[in-house]
Design a protein. Sequence first.
Length: 428
Amino acid sequence: MTQGPETPSACQPLPVGAQPKRVTRTVDVRWGDHVVKLGGSAPVVVQSMTNTDTVDAIATAIQVKELARAGSELVRITVNTPEAAREVPAIREQLDRMGVNVPLVGDFHYNGHKLLADFPECAQALSKYRINPGNMGGGKRRDDNFAKMIEIACRYDKAVRIGVNWGSLDHELMARMMDENNQRAHPWTAQAVMRDALVFSAISNAQRAEELGLDGKRIVLSCKVSHVQDLITVYQDLSSRCDYALHLGLTEAGMGSKGIVASTAALSVLLQQGIGDTIRISLTPEPGGDRAREVVVAQEILQTMGLRAFTPMVVACPGCGRTSSTVFQELANDIQSYLRDQMPVWKDLYPGVETMNVAVMGCVVNGPGESRHADIGISLPGTGEVPSAPVYVDGERVVTLKGDTIAQEFQTIVQNYVERRYGKTSTV
Ligand code: SF4
Protein backbone atom coordinates (compact mmCIF):
# COMPACT_ATOMS: atom_id res chain seq x y z
CA MET A 1 0.00 0.00 0.00
CA THR A 2 1.33 3.45 -0.89
CA GLN A 3 2.00 5.56 2.15
CA GLY A 4 0.37 8.99 2.12
CA PRO A 5 1.85 12.17 3.62
CA GLU A 6 2.13 12.38 7.38
CA THR A 7 -0.87 13.90 9.05
CA PRO A 8 -0.37 17.63 9.73
CA SER A 9 -0.28 17.09 13.49
CA ALA A 10 2.76 14.82 13.16
CA CYS A 11 4.76 17.37 11.11
CA GLN A 12 6.91 20.23 12.30
CA PRO A 13 6.23 23.52 10.50
CA LEU A 14 9.10 24.51 8.23
CA PRO A 15 10.95 27.65 9.27
CA VAL A 16 10.04 30.73 7.26
CA GLY A 17 12.21 33.73 6.55
CA ALA A 18 15.79 34.71 5.87
CA GLN A 19 18.65 33.49 8.01
CA PRO A 20 19.71 35.99 10.66
CA LYS A 21 21.90 38.72 9.26
CA ARG A 22 25.53 37.77 9.77
CA VAL A 23 27.43 39.81 12.32
CA THR A 24 29.51 42.58 10.76
CA ARG A 25 31.17 45.72 11.96
CA THR A 26 28.85 48.72 11.91
CA VAL A 27 29.90 51.59 9.67
CA ASP A 28 28.42 55.04 10.28
CA VAL A 29 28.10 57.19 7.17
CA ARG A 30 27.36 60.72 8.29
CA TRP A 31 26.32 64.04 6.95
CA GLY A 32 25.82 66.56 9.77
CA ASP A 33 23.51 65.04 12.35
CA HIS A 34 22.20 62.49 9.85
CA VAL A 35 23.76 59.05 10.25
CA VAL A 36 23.17 56.05 7.98
CA LYS A 37 24.31 52.82 9.59
CA LEU A 38 25.68 49.99 7.45
CA GLY A 39 26.29 46.56 8.91
CA GLY A 40 25.93 45.30 12.45
CA SER A 41 22.27 44.91 13.29
CA ALA A 42 21.19 47.77 11.00
CA PRO A 43 18.65 46.98 8.29
CA VAL A 44 19.98 46.56 4.75
CA VAL A 45 20.52 50.04 3.28
CA VAL A 46 19.42 51.05 -0.22
CA GLN A 47 21.81 53.12 -2.27
CA SER A 48 22.01 54.38 -5.84
CA MET A 49 24.21 56.35 -8.20
CA THR A 50 23.64 59.40 -10.37
CA ASN A 51 24.30 59.41 -14.11
CA THR A 52 24.52 63.18 -14.54
CA ASP A 53 27.78 64.96 -15.34
CA THR A 54 28.99 65.99 -11.88
CA VAL A 55 30.35 69.21 -13.40
CA ASP A 56 26.70 70.19 -13.83
CA ALA A 57 26.12 70.80 -10.13
CA ILE A 58 22.46 71.76 -10.44
CA ALA A 59 21.47 68.77 -12.57
CA THR A 60 23.39 66.46 -10.23
CA ALA A 61 21.84 67.96 -7.10
CA ILE A 62 18.37 67.59 -8.64
CA GLN A 63 19.00 63.94 -9.50
CA VAL A 64 20.40 63.23 -6.04
CA LYS A 65 17.26 64.78 -4.59
CA GLU A 66 15.05 62.61 -6.82
CA LEU A 67 16.94 59.47 -5.84
CA ALA A 68 16.74 60.39 -2.16
CA ARG A 69 13.04 61.17 -2.50
CA ALA A 70 12.52 57.73 -4.03
CA GLY A 71 14.16 56.24 -0.94
CA SER A 72 17.88 56.05 -1.66
CA GLU A 73 19.62 56.30 1.70
CA LEU A 74 23.06 56.99 0.21
CA VAL A 75 23.75 58.46 -3.22
CA ARG A 76 27.02 58.04 -5.10
CA ILE A 77 28.29 60.58 -7.58
CA THR A 78 31.13 60.33 -10.09
CA VAL A 79 34.24 62.32 -9.16
CA ASN A 80 36.53 61.84 -12.13
CA THR A 81 38.10 65.20 -12.99
CA PRO A 82 39.28 68.38 -11.24
CA GLU A 83 36.21 70.14 -12.65
CA ALA A 84 33.93 67.51 -11.09
CA ALA A 85 35.76 67.60 -7.74
CA ARG A 86 35.45 71.40 -7.70
CA GLU A 87 31.65 71.15 -8.01
CA VAL A 88 31.12 68.60 -5.22
CA PRO A 89 30.89 71.23 -2.43
CA ALA A 90 28.38 73.18 -4.54
CA ILE A 91 26.26 70.04 -4.98
CA ARG A 92 26.38 69.41 -1.24
CA GLU A 93 25.41 73.04 -0.48
CA GLN A 94 22.55 72.91 -2.96
CA LEU A 95 21.25 69.72 -1.35
CA ASP A 96 21.52 71.24 2.12
CA ARG A 97 19.58 74.29 0.91
CA MET A 98 16.86 71.95 -0.41
CA GLY A 99 16.76 70.12 2.92
CA VAL A 100 18.15 66.90 1.44
CA ASN A 101 20.52 65.40 4.00
CA VAL A 102 21.34 62.17 2.15
CA PRO A 103 25.08 61.40 2.51
CA LEU A 104 27.07 61.62 -0.73
CA VAL A 105 29.56 58.96 -1.76
CA GLY A 106 32.35 59.93 -4.16
CA ASP A 107 33.15 57.39 -6.87
CA PHE A 108 36.89 57.57 -7.61
CA HIS A 109 39.09 55.77 -10.12
CA TYR A 110 42.69 56.39 -11.27
CA ASN A 111 43.13 59.88 -9.81
CA GLY A 112 41.14 59.82 -6.55
CA HIS A 113 44.26 60.34 -4.42
CA LYS A 114 45.07 63.51 -6.34
CA LEU A 115 41.52 64.90 -6.49
CA LEU A 116 40.96 64.41 -2.76
CA ALA A 117 44.33 66.03 -1.97
CA ASP A 118 43.86 68.95 -4.37
CA PHE A 119 40.23 69.66 -3.43
CA PRO A 120 39.94 69.43 0.36
CA GLU A 121 36.44 70.92 0.28
CA CYS A 122 35.39 68.02 -1.95
CA ALA A 123 36.99 65.57 0.50
CA GLN A 124 35.03 67.23 3.30
CA ALA A 125 31.68 67.42 1.47
CA LEU A 126 31.64 63.71 0.72
CA SER A 127 30.62 61.27 3.44
CA LYS A 128 32.26 58.20 1.96
CA TYR A 129 34.85 57.45 -0.69
CA ARG A 130 34.61 54.54 -3.11
CA ILE A 131 38.13 53.27 -3.82
CA ASN A 132 38.91 50.70 -6.51
CA PRO A 133 42.39 49.29 -5.79
CA GLY A 134 42.51 47.83 -9.32
CA ASN A 135 42.38 51.30 -10.88
CA MET A 136 45.22 53.03 -9.02
CA GLY A 137 48.24 52.11 -11.12
CA GLY A 138 50.64 49.28 -10.42
CA GLY A 139 53.35 48.34 -7.92
CA LYS A 140 54.62 51.01 -5.57
CA ARG A 141 52.61 53.72 -7.29
CA ARG A 142 49.39 51.85 -6.52
CA ASP A 143 50.40 51.35 -2.90
CA ASP A 144 51.28 55.04 -2.51
CA ASN A 145 48.05 56.22 -4.14
CA PHE A 146 45.98 53.87 -2.01
CA ALA A 147 47.78 55.08 1.13
CA LYS A 148 47.09 58.72 0.20
CA MET A 149 43.35 58.08 -0.11
CA ILE A 150 43.25 56.20 3.17
CA GLU A 151 45.22 58.97 4.89
CA ILE A 152 42.67 61.54 3.67
CA ALA A 153 39.76 59.34 4.82
CA CYS A 154 41.40 59.19 8.28
CA ARG A 155 42.02 62.94 8.31
CA TYR A 156 38.38 63.78 7.54
CA ASP A 157 36.96 60.80 9.42
CA LYS A 158 35.18 59.41 6.36
CA ALA A 159 33.99 55.92 5.58
CA VAL A 160 35.37 54.14 2.53
CA ARG A 161 34.18 51.37 0.30
CA ILE A 162 36.99 49.26 -1.02
CA GLY A 163 35.32 48.01 -4.16
CA VAL A 164 37.05 45.51 -6.37
CA ASN A 165 35.57 44.63 -9.72
CA TRP A 166 36.37 41.75 -12.00
CA GLY A 167 36.68 44.17 -14.92
CA SER A 168 39.51 46.00 -13.19
CA LEU A 169 41.08 43.35 -11.02
CA ASP A 170 44.72 44.03 -10.08
CA HIS A 171 46.66 42.44 -13.00
CA GLU A 172 49.78 41.74 -10.95
CA LEU A 173 47.77 39.97 -8.26
CA MET A 174 45.87 37.92 -10.82
CA ALA A 175 49.11 36.92 -12.61
CA ARG A 176 50.72 35.88 -9.32
CA MET A 177 47.69 33.84 -8.27
CA MET A 178 47.53 32.15 -11.67
CA ASP A 179 51.21 31.20 -11.31
CA GLU A 180 50.55 29.78 -7.85
CA ASN A 181 47.54 27.93 -9.22
CA ASN A 182 49.72 26.27 -11.85
CA GLN A 183 51.81 24.79 -9.03
CA ARG A 184 48.78 23.03 -7.58
CA ALA A 185 48.50 19.27 -8.04
CA HIS A 186 45.00 19.91 -9.32
CA PRO A 187 44.85 23.46 -10.65
CA TRP A 188 41.61 25.39 -10.28
CA THR A 189 39.82 26.81 -13.30
CA ALA A 190 40.76 30.36 -14.31
CA GLN A 191 37.27 31.45 -13.21
CA ALA A 192 37.79 30.01 -9.74
CA VAL A 193 41.16 31.73 -9.44
CA MET A 194 39.58 35.01 -10.52
CA ARG A 195 36.90 34.68 -7.82
CA ASP A 196 39.54 33.90 -5.21
CA ALA A 197 41.65 36.85 -6.38
CA LEU A 198 38.70 39.22 -6.03
CA VAL A 199 38.05 38.15 -2.45
CA PHE A 200 41.74 38.18 -1.58
CA SER A 201 42.18 41.63 -3.11
CA ALA A 202 39.23 43.11 -1.19
CA ILE A 203 40.26 41.69 2.18
CA SER A 204 43.99 42.35 1.84
CA ASN A 205 43.34 45.98 0.83
CA ALA A 206 40.99 46.40 3.78
CA GLN A 207 43.63 45.00 6.11
CA ARG A 208 46.19 47.36 4.62
CA ALA A 209 43.82 50.30 5.18
CA GLU A 210 43.61 49.28 8.84
CA GLU A 211 47.40 49.08 9.05
CA LEU A 212 47.48 52.60 7.64
CA GLY A 213 45.30 53.77 10.52
CA LEU A 214 41.73 53.55 9.23
CA ASP A 215 39.33 52.07 11.76
CA GLY A 216 37.80 48.79 10.55
CA LYS A 217 34.43 50.36 11.39
CA ARG A 218 34.95 52.82 8.55
CA ILE A 219 35.38 50.12 5.88
CA VAL A 220 32.79 48.57 3.57
CA LEU A 221 33.79 45.93 1.01
CA SER A 222 32.42 44.95 -2.36
CA CYS A 223 33.47 42.38 -4.98
CA LYS A 224 31.46 42.97 -8.11
CA VAL A 225 31.05 40.61 -11.01
CA SER A 226 28.41 40.47 -13.73
CA HIS A 227 27.36 36.80 -13.55
CA VAL A 228 24.84 35.69 -10.98
CA GLN A 229 26.46 32.42 -9.91
CA ASP A 230 29.92 34.02 -9.66
CA LEU A 231 28.53 36.81 -7.51
CA ILE A 232 26.83 34.40 -5.13
CA THR A 233 29.98 32.31 -4.71
CA VAL A 234 32.25 35.35 -4.30
CA TYR A 235 30.10 36.89 -1.58
CA GLN A 236 29.62 33.62 0.26
CA ASP A 237 33.39 33.30 0.34
CA LEU A 238 33.94 36.95 1.27
CA SER A 239 31.39 36.76 4.04
CA SER A 240 33.00 33.62 5.52
CA ARG A 241 36.46 35.20 5.52
CA CYS A 242 35.88 38.62 7.10
CA ASP A 243 33.46 40.64 9.20
CA TYR A 244 33.56 43.90 7.24
CA ALA A 245 30.22 45.38 6.20
CA LEU A 246 29.37 44.27 2.66
CA HIS A 247 27.96 46.20 -0.28
CA LEU A 248 26.05 43.91 -2.66
CA GLY A 249 25.47 44.56 -6.30
CA LEU A 250 25.66 42.79 -9.62
CA THR A 251 27.76 45.00 -11.86
CA GLU A 252 26.66 45.65 -15.44
CA ALA A 253 23.36 43.92 -14.68
CA GLY A 254 21.87 45.18 -17.94
CA MET A 255 18.71 46.84 -19.18
CA GLY A 256 15.05 46.38 -18.36
CA SER A 257 13.78 43.04 -17.12
CA LYS A 258 17.13 41.29 -17.65
CA GLY A 259 18.90 43.66 -15.27
CA ILE A 260 16.13 43.43 -12.70
CA VAL A 261 15.86 39.65 -12.86
CA ALA A 262 19.62 39.06 -12.71
CA SER A 263 20.08 41.43 -9.78
CA THR A 264 17.10 40.00 -7.93
CA ALA A 265 18.22 36.42 -8.47
CA ALA A 266 21.74 37.09 -7.17
CA LEU A 267 20.87 39.36 -4.28
CA SER A 268 17.92 37.31 -3.05
CA VAL A 269 20.05 34.23 -2.55
CA LEU A 270 22.65 36.19 -0.58
CA LEU A 271 20.15 38.21 1.45
CA GLN A 272 18.32 35.01 2.33
CA GLN A 273 21.60 33.73 3.76
CA GLY A 274 21.98 36.88 5.86
CA ILE A 275 24.73 38.27 3.62
CA GLY A 276 24.72 41.95 2.62
CA ASP A 277 24.50 45.26 4.48
CA THR A 278 23.76 47.64 1.63
CA ILE A 279 22.54 47.05 -1.92
CA ARG A 280 22.64 48.89 -5.19
CA ILE A 281 20.85 47.74 -8.34
CA SER A 282 22.96 48.71 -11.36
CA LEU A 283 20.34 49.06 -14.07
CA THR A 284 21.17 50.48 -17.47
CA PRO A 285 18.43 53.08 -17.90
CA GLU A 286 16.18 52.94 -20.93
CA PRO A 287 16.58 56.08 -23.07
CA GLY A 288 14.69 58.79 -21.19
CA GLY A 289 14.00 56.33 -18.35
CA ASP A 290 13.72 57.23 -14.71
CA ARG A 291 17.00 56.80 -12.82
CA ALA A 292 15.03 56.29 -9.60
CA ARG A 293 13.86 52.92 -10.93
CA GLU A 294 16.98 51.31 -9.47
CA VAL A 295 15.89 52.54 -6.04
CA VAL A 296 12.38 51.17 -6.46
CA VAL A 297 13.73 47.78 -7.53
CA ALA A 298 16.12 47.66 -4.56
CA GLN A 299 13.28 48.49 -2.18
CA GLU A 300 10.98 45.94 -3.77
CA ILE A 301 13.59 43.19 -3.42
CA LEU A 302 13.97 43.93 0.29
CA GLN A 303 10.25 44.38 0.90
CA THR A 304 9.03 41.33 -0.99
CA MET A 305 11.60 39.25 0.94
CA GLY A 306 10.18 40.62 4.18
CA LEU A 307 13.47 42.26 5.18
CA ARG A 308 12.26 45.87 5.21
CA ALA A 309 9.11 47.84 4.48
CA PHE A 310 9.19 51.04 2.42
CA THR A 311 5.84 51.54 0.78
CA PRO A 312 2.41 49.86 0.95
CA MET A 313 2.34 46.82 -1.31
CA VAL A 314 -0.35 46.17 -3.87
CA VAL A 315 -1.32 42.56 -4.40
CA ALA A 316 -2.83 42.26 -7.85
CA CYS A 317 -3.89 39.18 -9.72
CA PRO A 318 -2.35 38.72 -13.17
CA GLY A 319 -5.68 38.95 -14.94
CA CYS A 320 -6.90 36.30 -17.36
CA GLY A 321 -9.73 35.54 -19.75
CA ARG A 322 -12.21 36.57 -17.06
CA THR A 323 -11.06 40.20 -17.28
CA SER A 324 -12.15 41.65 -20.58
CA SER A 325 -11.23 45.30 -19.99
CA THR A 326 -8.16 47.19 -18.81
CA VAL A 327 -10.02 48.73 -15.84
CA PHE A 328 -8.48 46.29 -13.45
CA GLN A 329 -4.89 46.81 -14.72
CA GLU A 330 -5.32 50.57 -14.67
CA LEU A 331 -6.68 50.54 -11.11
CA ALA A 332 -3.82 48.34 -9.86
CA ASN A 333 -1.29 50.60 -11.54
CA ASP A 334 -2.93 53.83 -10.38
CA ILE A 335 -3.17 52.66 -6.78
CA GLN A 336 0.48 51.51 -6.72
CA SER A 337 1.63 54.87 -8.15
CA TYR A 338 -0.62 56.79 -5.78
CA LEU A 339 0.74 54.93 -2.74
CA ARG A 340 4.36 55.42 -3.80
CA ASP A 341 3.83 59.11 -4.55
CA GLN A 342 2.32 59.67 -1.11
CA MET A 343 5.15 58.01 0.81
CA PRO A 344 7.54 60.98 1.15
CA VAL A 345 4.76 62.74 3.14
CA TRP A 346 3.02 59.68 4.62
CA LYS A 347 6.16 58.18 6.16
CA ASP A 348 6.29 61.05 8.66
CA LEU A 349 2.55 61.55 9.11
CA TYR A 350 1.51 57.91 9.26
CA PRO A 351 4.19 55.70 10.81
CA GLY A 352 3.69 52.06 9.92
CA VAL A 353 1.76 52.78 6.72
CA GLU A 354 4.59 51.19 4.74
CA THR A 355 3.46 47.78 6.01
CA MET A 356 -0.09 48.18 4.65
CA ASN A 357 -1.30 45.66 2.04
CA VAL A 358 -3.79 46.54 -0.66
CA ALA A 359 -5.37 43.96 -2.95
CA VAL A 360 -6.73 44.73 -6.41
CA MET A 361 -8.34 41.66 -7.93
CA GLY A 362 -9.91 41.08 -11.30
CA CYS A 363 -12.94 38.87 -10.57
CA VAL A 364 -14.82 36.85 -7.98
CA VAL A 365 -12.72 33.68 -8.34
CA ASN A 366 -10.00 34.79 -5.91
CA GLY A 367 -11.00 38.43 -5.48
CA PRO A 368 -13.04 38.37 -2.27
CA GLY A 369 -10.71 35.87 -0.56
CA GLU A 370 -7.52 37.79 -1.38
CA SER A 371 -9.22 41.10 -0.56
CA ARG A 372 -10.20 39.83 2.88
CA HIS A 373 -6.58 38.93 3.62
CA ALA A 374 -5.36 42.43 2.74
CA ASP A 375 -5.82 45.55 4.88
CA ILE A 376 -7.92 46.95 2.06
CA GLY A 377 -9.04 45.05 -0.99
CA ILE A 378 -11.26 45.54 -3.98
CA SER A 379 -12.64 42.83 -6.22
CA LEU A 380 -13.56 44.19 -9.63
CA PRO A 381 -16.22 42.58 -11.79
CA GLY A 382 -14.98 40.08 -14.35
CA THR A 383 -16.58 39.45 -17.71
CA GLY A 384 -20.26 38.61 -17.32
CA GLU A 385 -20.29 39.40 -13.59
CA VAL A 386 -22.57 41.94 -11.97
CA PRO A 387 -20.89 45.35 -12.58
CA SER A 388 -20.10 46.07 -8.95
CA ALA A 389 -16.90 46.03 -6.91
CA PRO A 390 -17.04 44.98 -3.27
CA VAL A 391 -14.46 46.64 -1.03
CA TYR A 392 -13.09 44.90 2.04
CA VAL A 393 -11.47 46.71 4.96
CA ASP A 394 -9.73 44.68 7.66
CA GLY A 395 -11.42 41.55 6.30
CA GLU A 396 -14.96 42.95 6.34
CA ARG A 397 -16.98 43.91 3.31
CA VAL A 398 -17.75 47.60 3.90
CA VAL A 399 -19.14 48.92 0.65
CA THR A 400 -19.83 47.97 -2.94
CA LEU A 401 -18.74 50.47 -5.56
CA LYS A 402 -20.51 50.89 -8.89
CA GLY A 403 -20.33 53.12 -11.94
CA ASP A 404 -17.54 55.14 -13.54
CA THR A 405 -15.94 56.52 -10.39
CA ILE A 406 -14.83 53.27 -8.75
CA ALA A 407 -11.13 54.22 -8.99
CA GLN A 408 -11.54 57.63 -7.35
CA GLU A 409 -13.84 56.29 -4.65
CA PHE A 410 -11.46 53.46 -3.86
CA GLN A 411 -8.54 55.91 -3.59
CA THR A 412 -10.57 58.00 -1.11
CA ILE A 413 -11.32 54.88 0.94
CA VAL A 414 -7.58 54.09 1.02
CA GLN A 415 -6.70 57.66 2.07
CA ASN A 416 -9.33 57.64 4.85
CA TYR A 417 -8.13 54.24 6.06
CA VAL A 418 -4.52 55.44 6.22
CA GLU A 419 -5.49 58.53 8.24
CA ARG A 420 -7.65 56.52 10.60
CA ARG A 421 -5.30 53.59 11.12
CA TYR A 422 -1.85 55.15 10.96
CA GLY A 423 -2.47 58.79 12.01
CA LYS A 424 -0.44 59.75 15.06
CA THR A 425 -3.60 60.23 17.10
CA SER A 426 -5.07 56.96 15.85
CA THR A 427 -6.28 54.59 18.53
CA VAL A 428 -6.92 51.77 16.06
S1 SF4 B 1 -8.71 36.68 -9.77
FE1 SF4 B 1 -10.08 36.31 -11.52
S2 SF4 B 1 -9.32 37.71 -13.11
FE2 SF4 B 1 -7.70 37.54 -11.61
S3 SF4 B 1 -6.42 35.92 -12.46
FE3 SF4 B 1 -7.82 34.98 -10.96
S4 SF4 B 1 -9.52 34.26 -12.20
FE4 SF4 B 1 -8.38 35.72 -13.47
